[in-house]
Design a protein around this ligand. Structure first.
Ligand SMILES: C[C@H](O)[C@H](O)[C@H]1CNC2=NC(N)=NC(=O)C2=N1
Length: 117
């Protein structure tokens, strides 16, 4: 799998299936983003731990932020400063590992469980 920027055709083939699961194609950079809300910090951290092992195996890593039970992920390939097949593969892997966690949309407030008490 290469770190070359995806072509237009490759994007047309691959991105609809990802946006259908809640991945957002960013406007301000050639990257995709997804935000999950887990039941607890432990579930969020467990997800991140499993993803981290997969990332090390693939040598491809997310840009991500965790606030308690929220995990905010952006995928981009730094080597080509844009989306590559590596990002598509990692996105699919993360979707499998996230299981039944709630997916937040671009307009949903990023409010963690601490802030909803
Ligand atoms: C040196 C190391 O192989 C490279 O820096 C890898 C590590 N993980 C990476 N992750 C991402 N998202 N993009 C990269 O270009 C990248 N490169």
């Amino acid at each position: 799998m290469t770190a070359a920027r995806l072509t237009g055709a490759e994007r047309q083939d691959a991105l609809p299936a990802l946006t259908a699961t809640g991945w957002q194609v960013l406007a301000d950079r050639d990257a995709i983003r997804k935000v999950w809300k887990f039941r607890s910090f432990s579930d969020a951290w467990g997800f991140m731990s499993r993803v981290a092992l997969a990332c090390e195996k693939a040598n491809h890593h997310p840009e991500w932020r965790n606030v308690y039970n929220i995990v905010d992920v952006t995928l981009v390939t730094h080597d080509c400063d844009g989306l590559s097949a590596l990002d598509l593969a990692l996105a699919q892997k993360m979707d499998r590992l996230a299981g039944a966690a709630t997916v937040l949309g671009p307009d949903d407030p990023l409010v963690c469980a601490c802030q909803t008490r």
